[in-house]
Design a protein. Structure first.
Ligand code: DGY
Length: 318
């Protein structure tokens, strides 16, 4: 008997076909009644595949047959791990395959905020370019500036490499303990959080969201940053206190921010929209054709192993 898999995110036809080789597959229809589809599919599902929904006790209680969830993401802060462990439900994620792509996006945000790329693109298209641009529209250098990484994990290290070897940037970092190998590779220096905030020209937030990192950067921390500093967040929105950030950007207490993630997504009617010194992207860290394909394949691979008797590569709750 084939096991049942409920897919709650968009999945390419070739990946649907692969899943159907081993499982009875139900696909969520985003145009239909979402709650009704969950109510029907969850009690039957042995496996779930997708990204982005909150899954805690309340959502998973009806899923009495559930054995495994394969998240098509590296982050898994939307899952209640304690509850999954109580129920012996395996959770997997998709590390590694999105590291370089997400680091590219982090660096794109950094460049865009520093050289005012998005702002000046809108300015040109609005027909404002009448004469040579003056200092009011100048940006700031990237090369040679100090790059501060909060969270020197795989993505943080990939951003640091871009900065160090591509742009000659001295790298400093703060996080969960020191990383001697990366310090040697990157010539990176460890700093306390406060030291890093005071010293970095660019602060890149790349920590996972947890109770410990919720609002890691708030009013006090923003006040420690240089007025010329630029903050980049490609981690999770709630790592920053968004109202405090908006205030700091509005009052130019920091120069600019490049944001891919927000406290509430999708971002709607935000005061950020009125701030030219905020670059706002729609949570696209891993959103390239190649990387999303690789993530789907890795997640399917994990789910197949979990439900067909193997050991998944990327178990989050071993
Ligand atoms: C990830 O992989 O965690 C991305 O941010 C998508 O949620």
């Amino acid at each position: 008997m084939k096991k049942n898999v409920f897919v709650f995110s968009r999945l390419a036809p070739e990946h649907q076909a692969r899943l159907r080789q081993h499982f009875n597959v139900t696909l969520l229809d985003p145009a239909g009644d979402i709650a009704a589809q969950y109510a029907t599919a969850l009690p039957e599902a042995h496996g779930l595949l997708g990204v982005g929904r909150p899954f805690g006790r309340a959502q998973l209680e009806p899923a009495r047959r559930l054995e495994a969830i394969a998240s098509i993401s590296v982050g898994y802060d939307n899952y209640d791990l304690t509850y999954l462990d109580e129920r012996d439900i395996i959770l997997t994620n998709t590390p590694d395959v999105l590291t370089e792509t997400t680091a590219d996006l982090g660096f794109a945000l950094l460049m865009s905020a520093a050289r005012r790329v998005a702002e000046l693109d809108a300015w040109v298209k609005a027909g404002h370019w009448q004469a040579a641009v003056g200092p009011a529209l100048f940006g700031c250098d990237v090369h040679g500036k100090t790059l501060g990484i909060l969270g020197l994990g795989k993505i943080g290290a990939a951003i640091a490499r871009r900065g160090r070897f591509g742009f000659g940037m001295p790298v400093i970092y703060h996080g969960n303990g020191r990383k001697p190998e990366l310090e040697a590779e990157l010539g990176a220096g460890y700093r306390s959080l406060d030291e890093l905030l005071g010293e970095a020209d660019f602060v890149c937030v790349v920590v996972p969201l947890s109770e410990r990192t919720h609002h890691l950067i708030g009013r006090r921390e923003l006040a420690l940053m240089k007025p010329s500093a630029i903050l980049i967040n490609i981690a999770r929105g709630p790592v920053l206190d968004e109202p405090a950030l908006i205030e700091a950007l509005r009052e130019r207490r920091i120069q600019a921010a490049g944001l891919d993630v927000y406290e509430k997504e999708p971002l709607k009617d935000s005061p950020l929209f009125a701030l030219p010194n905020a670059v706002t992207l729609p949570h696209i860290g891993s959103a390239t054709h190649e990387t999303r394909r690789a993530m789907a394949e890795r997640a399917i691979d994990n789910l197949e192993r979990a439900l067909l008797g193997g050991t998944p590569r990327d178990i989050v709750n071993p």
